[in-house]
Design a protein around this ligand. Structure first.
Ligand SMILES: C[S@@+](CC[C@H](N)C(=O)[O-])C[C@H]1O[C@@H](n2cnc3c(N)ncnc32)[C@H](O)[C@@H]1O
Length: 200
């Protein structure tokens, strides 16, 4: 068995044992452990949230006084009192109003693990994934609190550098993170951005 496969199976086993719906949960858990992203009472918007692994972790991290809103093309089975979800395409034009309506206030953190089904055509898959992530970035002015943070999955390829430049302008700091649970040969990385609009 290849090392990569063994690692994936290991995370799948731990996810099952700990009651997480996806092994993707561990990417967020590892990033939070290292970079301390979430606090009790935080308001979080999570894009690309199905089947709900990140939301399960967020629900615990933000506590009963926090609130997480999950958005995906696919429905997410109920998680907890402090989590709400809705089914939509991030490209829908009314998404901004809908999110604002559902949030008690602007989010402290916006997370995105968005990725579409892969076509296998590398350039196309990168372009589509970066397009999805750019939609999230476009929503920041209306949904992310000044001084807030974001963690965004991005595929490294054409358009990656332009997105980085944009985020460096919008946030006080931005670092590229590759959590151990992310497959080494996958081109995905996470952009950890802190201090939204603190420069502006
Ligand atoms: C890797 S999965 C997310 C896994 C999730 N973080 C978890 O822990 O369970 C990526 C998700 O992005 C969603 N997605 C892809 N394109 C989308 C779009 N245009 N609008 C909303 N969600 C989308 C997919 O349906 C999929 O559920």
């Amino acid at each position: 068995m290849r090392l990569d496969q063994a690692k994936r199976d290991r995370y799948r086993r731990i996810a099952k044992r700990e009651g997480y719906r996806s092994r993707a949960s561990f990417k967020l858990i590892q990033m939070d452990k290292k970079y301390k992203l979430f606090k009790p009472k935080h308001i979080v918007v999570d894009f690309g949230s199905a089947p709900g692994g990140w939301l399960q972790y967020l629900s615990k991290a933000i506590g009963t006084e926090g609130f997480a809103l999950g958005i995906d093309l696919k429905p997410v089975k109920p998680i907890a009192e402090n989590v709400k979800t809705f089914v939509t395409d991030i490209k829908n034009s009314n998404i901004e109003d809908k999110i604002i309506e559902m949030l008690p206030k602007k989010a402290d953190v916006v997370t995105s693990d968005l990725s579409q089904s892969l076509s296998g055509i590398w350039e196309l898959d990168v372009a589509r994934q970066i397009d999805l992530t750019s939609k999230v970035v476009e929503l920041f002015p209306s949904i992310l609190e000044k001084g807030g943070s974001s963690i965004l999955k991005v595929f490294q390829g054409e358009g990656f550098d332009a997105l980085l430049d944009r985020l460096k302008k919008d946030f006080k700091s931005m670092i590229i993170v590759k959590p151990p649970a992310s497959r080494p040969q996958s081109s995905e990385v996470y952009l950890l951005c802190r201090g939204y609009a603190d420069r502006l």
